[in-house]
Design a binder for this molecule. Structure first.
Ligand code: FAD
Length: 397
């Protein structure tokens, strides 16, 4: 890494650097030229300085000793003593990653009473569960939780930290990453690990137009958040052997600047993320006739209805019914898309569904690449036939 340095003993405050900088990165602050965060280290100021007072210097790259960090750790999410199911999904992935590098699977739980949840985590793959428990942790407050978890991670020194990309996880993860001065990749859709313990964190980038593999090569722990329903839990272990250990809590860390005024209870999951069958309506069936057919089919199949983003933007349903990168991630047993092209942003939210059937007039639509069965044709012809057949009892639902 390089940076620009000013020798103030030589600088005459001629301000040529300020005038020549294309990024407005040079300022005269109280009679001293300073470089602000706009600096792109382009070196134009170095070339233009008549006094040769500015230079570009190479900084030695900082790198931690990776061998000091051991374990793939999942930060479990507790909401008023209830464990969010994303924790078990992350433990499943943690077990797979840990096996590849021969590290243990760790879990960190915080809350007022996380003991039952701790046993559940052992049954779903954790070798050790660490608890931060105190009555002050009954309700989530980002400042307290982030401080306590950051301190625990500094001591436990895991190589990898996984956290659910829930509203709580999204609030916690950047605070922890900033405290530990490490990298965080949000909303990963795939995770793998190299033999040297570098975590391969794949996620959509540039508005979802490419899938990027992100590595945290010089810092530890490597932090990644993953949405609910992206990974699968392992089958429950009948007689788990792992251990549960309480971590000390300093009362000074329990002071919060957040005052809880009211608690509104909300289900930790919602209808489409939990649905076993989903029919997705896309632009191809977005008129009233198309949507009527979609709802009729959904009723007959006892399925939930979801939408692509353009239909949500038209106000046809709440955003909680949108599937995709900026909507929900789902993994039902059966997902039928109707009039959906299969944009990369949509596919990111449904590609792990067990059975995918796509109805589309276009045989080359991208959705056909992820569908297990493609039906090429006009949905306005196909859906009435399916509906009639279901009404006549031709299929068992
Ligand atoms: C940052 C970002 C985030 C995004 N997030 C999301 C997201 O979370 N979810 C999401 O859905 N989108 C998202 N989008 C938008 C996404 O890029 C697409 O625009 C959107 O998914 C397209 O929706 P669609 O498939 O319904 O429509 P279209 O792409 O217009 O596809 C319509 C399809 O219907 C077919 N069709 C037309 N008529 C019929 C018929 N009679 N019978 C059968 N088939 C028919 C056509 O062949 C076509 O394939 C995002 C975009 C950006 C930039």
């Amino acid at each position: 890494m390089s940076k620009i340095v000013i020798n103030h003993d030589i600088c005459t405050l001629c301000e040529v650097c300020i005038q020549s900088c294309p990024f407005n990165a040079m300022e005269n602050l109280n009679g001293k030229i300073e470089i602000n965060s706009n600096c792109k280290v382009c070196s134009i100021c170095v070339k233009n300085c008549p006094e040769v007072a500015i230079s570009k210097v190479e900084e030695a790259l900082f790198s931690v000793d990776k061998s000091l960090y051991k374990g793939v750790l999942v930060i479990g999410e507790m909401r008023q003593n209830e464990l969010h199911p994303v924790t078990l999904e992350l433990l499943g992935k943690a077990k797979e990653l840990a096996k590849k590098i021969n590290h243990p699977v760790l879990c960190l739980l915080y809350g007022e009473n996380p003991f039952d949840a701790a046993h559940l985590c052992l049954s779903y793959g954790a070798d050790s569960v660490y608890l931060l428990t105190h009555r002050e942790l009954k309700f989530f407050r980002s400042d307290i939780s982030a401080t306590l978890i950051s301190e625990a991670l500094s001591n436990l020194k895991p190589s990898v930290v996984l956290i659910g990309a829930t509203s709580i996880g999204r609030s916690l993860a950047p605070r922890i990453a900033a405290t530990l001065k490490t990298g965080l990749t949000a909303d990963c859709t795939h995770l793998d690990i190299k033999a040297d313990t570098d975590l391969i964190q794949r996620r959509p980038a540039f508005g979802g137009n490419i899938m990027a593999d992100i590595l945290t090569t010089r810092h530890r722990p490597q932090m990644a958040s993953v949405r609910y329903k992206v990974f699968n839990p392992i089958s429950e272990i009948k007689h788990p052997k792992g251990t549960i250990k309480n971590l000390p809590i300093s009362t000074a860390h329990l002071l919060s600047s957040i005052n809880l005024l009211q608690i509104h209870h909300q289900s930790i999951t919602d209808s489409i993320t939990e649905a076993k069958r989903i029919i997705v309506a896309g632009v191809g069936v977005s008129d009233s006739e198309g949507l009527k057919l979609i709802h009729e089919l959904a009723d007959l199949l006892q399925a939930s209805v979801a939408y692509t983003r353009p239909l949500i933007e038209k106000g046809l349903a709440s955003y909680t019914h949108q599937i995709g990168l900026s909507g929900r991630t789902v993994q039902p047993e059966l997902l039928i898309t109707v009039g959906v092209s299969g944009s990369i942003q949509f596919i990111a939210g449904m590609e792990h569904s067990e059975h995918i059937i796509a109805i589309n007039t276009d045989p080359n639509a991208d959705i056909m690449k992820v569908a297990h069965m493609g039906v090429v044709g006009n949905a306005y012809d196909i859906l009435p036939q399916w509906i009639d057949a279901l009404k006549e009892g031709a299929y068992r639902v």
